[in-house]
Design a protein around this ligand. Sequence first.
Ligand code: NAD
Ligand code: IPM
Ligand code: MN
Length: 361
Amino acid sequence: MSAKSSSLKLAVLAGDGVGPEVTSSALRVLESVLGSAGVRLECQHELIGGAAIDAGQGPLPDSSLRAATEADAVLLGAVGGPRWDSGEHRPEAGLLALRQGLGVFANLRPVRVWPGMERHSPLRAETVAGADVLFVRELTGGAYFGRPRGVAGAAPTRRGVDTIEYGEEEIRRVAMVAFRAAGQRRGRVTSVDKANVLATSQLWRQVVTEVGEQFPDIPLEHCLVDSFAMRLLLEPRSFDVVVTENLMGDILTDEAAALVGTLGLLPSASGGGDGPWLYEPVHGSAPQIAGKGIANPLGAIATVAMMLEITLQRQDLAGLVSAAVGTVASQGPLTPDLGGSATTAAVTDAVLQQIQGQVAA
Ligand code: NAD
Ligand code: IPM
Ligand code: MN
C-alpha cells in the first residue's frame, strides 16, 4: 500500500447487531469517495463474532484472520450481543484475537466537538466547545490478555482471576505513538494511570517519562485515572493527546462520548503492527436498536476518514469525509441518539450529498 495508490483491498468484518448497518453506510461513502478519485475498491466480506459462531465456527475463523492479514486495511462493525453472552464462545474473543493477530497495539480514538455540535452534549456548551482530544489507547496488553485468568473452584468458594501485565517495550512503543501524534497536533501529552496503587502503572509512568525525555518540546503531564475521569468532563479542552493502558482507555473513551453526545459519533483506527490497520467505530453492537435502521452511521463513516488518511494517505479525501460528517452532525439530519428521527440511510444520504456538494464547489 503506497501513497496515491490506485486500489484498496479491504477486508470487511461487519459482525453483529448494528455492525452490518453502520458498515454498509461506511462502505457507501468509501465507494463514492474512492470512485470519484479513481481508486479501485476491492472488498472481501468475512465473518466475526456472533455471526461466525452462528455459522458453526469460532468467533474469529481462520479465513477471517487470513483475509484481514492479507488486506491493505480492515473495516470492522461491532461484535457481541445478549444472544451469545452465556455461550461457550464469546463474540468479543474474536475481536481481541483479531487485534492481537494484527498486532495493532495503538488504538487512536479522536473525540472532537465540531462547531454546532455543542448542543448535543449533556454538558454545558461552553465546557465542550472546541474540545479536541486524541486518545491513544494501548490495545494488545494489560488485563485483556494477561495470564493467568479464569474462574476456578466450586460455589460458594469460586474465585475469578485476571492479570494486568505490561512489559517495558509495550509501554514504550505506544508512548512513542502518542508523542509523535502530539507533535502533529497541539503538542501536549497527558498520560493516565493508577500509579498510586498499581505496579503496572508505576512502570507505565516511568517508561512514559523516559520516552518524553526524547521529546523536550512536548510537555508531559501524568494524571491519575480517577481524577482524570472527572477532569475530562470539567475541562475537556485542557487535553490534547491522552495515552493510557487498555482497560482504562476502553472506559475513558466511552466516557468521552458524553462530550459529543453519543457513542455513535466516535471513530477509531488501530495500528502499529507490520500489517494492515484495523478501523472500527468505538461503539458496540447496540442490541436495543439493531435491526431498526436507526443506528447512527457517523462514527463508522468518520472511521472511513481515518482509513483514507492513514492507510491511503489521502488527506484530501479524508478531509472531504470529515467535513461532511461534521456538517451533518451539526446541521442534521440526525438519528434518535442525537435527538432526531432520521434513519441510518437518510443520514448516510446526507453525508454523500455533502461530499458531492464539496467536490462540485
Ligand atoms: P454499545 O456501544 O453497543 O451501546 C451503548 C449505548 O450506545 C446504547 O445505548 C446504544 O444504543 C448506543 N449506541 C451505540 N452505538 C450506537 C449507534 N451507532 N447509534 C446510536 N446509538 C448507539 O455498548 P453495550 O450496550 O454496552 O454493548 C452491547 C454489545 O456490544 C456487548 O455485547 C458488547 O460486548 C459489544 N461491544 C462491542 C464493541 C466492538 O465490537 N467494538 C464495542 C463495545 C461493545
Ligand atoms: C471496544 C469494546 C471492546 C473492548 C470489547 C467488545 C472487547 O468495548 O472496542 O471499546 O473492550 O476493547
Ligand atoms: Mn469499549
